[in-house]
Design a protein around this ligand. Structure first.
Ligand code: SF4
Ligand code: ZN
Ligand code: ZN
Length: 285
């Protein structure tokens, strides 16, 4: 087999992206450059709460931000899912040890929520995660929350909404969402916005970062799996497709952005779209 050379040095290449070949060192530079472009563009400075899920993407995200020497506070939300949540927590702990941080852990059970009791566990889980992330970041004086959503996930999620006619669910398709102090709403960043699934995987591997291979048992029949496969085929045929879709989504979102009316939840005092926030509604059920 012919050995492919890195486009930037004489070493053997391990990956190709957008017409360039990369050795391990230069792939790390490429990856970090993509993350840095977002940090610089939005002038991210100050404490960042980093959401770790135990999976490869949040591990990659954390490591990249660590390499950019940002001020990080890692946390993990234990969802109480059998044969899954505890394994992921161990991996998140292992990663924090590798990088010299202490992991903060939030237990969903402390809020009286057991996902298995809900008809739509993913929808409850999504609401709970958004709420608890924001609360954690706010209470710990963080200016931002960083999540590990990558380019493949963002486009897949948006396509899923498109396909199900759910265009109004179309928020969050950009790398930075502004916070609102008066509503106790912390800003969100997606440092992996320009990086594909397989690039995040490779970054995690070559840097020997701890991550869990387990998938959430509730994700097995998710419609997004098929959509992601389909998008990956498109991307394989024409590299750059995912990036172009993400660019379009970002532009579309800015056009659609109208002033969403926010309130403070009359029960817990955090940001809400109605009188009572979705999280408090779930807890009351
Ligand atoms: Fe939560 Fe699992 Fe559903 Fe993901 S697949 S939203 S982790 S319950
Ligand atoms: Zn090289
Ligand atoms: Zn509330």
């Amino acid at each position: 087999m012919n050995e492919m050379k890195c486009s930037y040095c004489n070493n053997e290449a391990i990956e190709e992206a957008y017409g360039k070949a990369y050795c391990k060192k230069h792939f790390n530079n490429y990856f970090l450059g993509r993350v840095r472009s977002i940090i610089d563009k939005f002038k991210i400075k100050g404490k960042i709460a980093v959401a770790l899920s135990g999976g490869k993407d949040s591990s990659a995200c954390f490591y990249a931000l660590h390499n950019l020497k940002l001020e990080l506070v890692p946390f993990y939300i234990n969802l109480g899912i059998k044969n899954y949540s505890d394994i992921c927590q161990e991996k998140a702990e292992e990663l924090c040890q590798q990088l010299g941080y202490e992991l903060n852990v939030i237990y969903l059970a402390d809020y009286g929520i057991e996902l298995e009791k809900y008809k739509k566990p993913c929808s409850t889980c999504g609401t709970a995660k958004r709420y608890l992330m924001n609360k954690f970041a706010y209470e710990n004086g963080c200016k931002y929350i960083a999540t590990g959503h990558n380019l493949s996930d963002i486009v897949t999620f948006a396509m899923n909404n498109f396909i199900s006619g759910n265009i109004l669910n179309f928020r969050g398709n950009k790398p930075y969402l502004q916070g609102k102090e008066e509503y106790k709403l912390v800003a969100k960043i997606k440092p992996l916005f320009w990086l594909k699934d397989k690039e995040c995987m490779l970054y995690t591997w070559i840097n020997e970062l701890a991550y869990a291979e387990e998938e959430c048992p509730y994700s097995i029949n998710a419609p997004t799996i098929k959509i992601k496969e389909w998008l990956n085929r498109l991307e394989a045929e024409k590299e750059g497709t995912l990036m172009n879709i993400a660019r379009s989504l970002w532009k579309l979102e800015e056009k659609m952005e109208k002033d969403v009316k926010l309130n403070l939840c009359s029960n817990c005092g955090y940001v809400s779209y109605g009188k009572i926030c979705k999280f408090c509604k779930i807890r009351k059920k």
